[in-house]
Ligand binder design. Sequence first.
Ligand code: SF4
Ligand code: SF4
Length: 289
Amino acid sequence: MIISVASGKGGTGKTTVAVNLALSLENTQFLDCDVEEPNAHIFLKPEIKERIAAFIPVPEADEAKCNACGKCREVCEYHAIAVIPKGDGAIGSVLVFPHLCHGCGACSLLCPQKAIREVNKEIGVVETGMAGDIQFVHGTLNIGEIMSPSLIRQVKKRINPFRTVIIDAPPGTSCPVIAAVKDSDYCILVTEPTPFGLNDLTLAVEVLRKLKIPFGVVINRADIGDDKVDNYCQANKIAVLLRIPFDREIARLYSRGIPLVKDNVEYKEKFRMMFETITKRHHEADRCR
Ligand code: SF4
Ligand code: SF4
């Protein structure tokens, strides 16, 4: 079973929930897909056993074959190619902007002259290891690189189907989040009871409904703010799976990089029960399909 943990905005406690859930279960694999700022390793302290550079293929035009027809520029949805046409003394040439290229391969596939070959561009690194019994994988995007969905997909290639997989997704509701949560069996949305929390939760709910991924909500710092998140969940028949109060002890453990469940068996049980609720809902949804 693949469970992703996401949030409409950063700083809601998404990684706290993902890490503590993984530590409360048996036979888990943890994927940190928040590749722009991975920080689950601070809490899980994995022993990294393998480091593999991650690449995307970017085009390189052979000017001896290219006739500057402009087809590659036309097909590139990301404006990563410019073609200087022939004429007025210009011999015509192709300029590639590697930072805009998504490595989709359309230009090389559709070039009528077969003038484009693909070269690898490094975008980051994927590291794998063990954190106790937990299999651990995370990706780290190179600074200034924007192709996080590609790196997220490369992290997800390491999914182990024989374990319960917990994915720590990036914050927000854009392409990287979709790359992270896609194909999950269930998604936990972590929010806080504030107007910002509610606003970002509603956006995240829209995304998950479009992707047809079942989901529930964890309310962090549940005893501050107002009751609008609760009212929204009730009105939209969204399960509130867990409430975590604003607690000085939880904050103290977090600041020292200590997962909550390592110090508190009561919370370990709460996370286990949340997992049971999720598996029950998943099996019910399966039966209805
Ligand atoms: S599609 Fe091929 S031949 Fe046409 S401009 Fe691009 S690289 Fe050159
Ligand atoms: S590989 Fe895709 S994104 Fe990159 S330049 Fe070619 S068409 Fe554009």
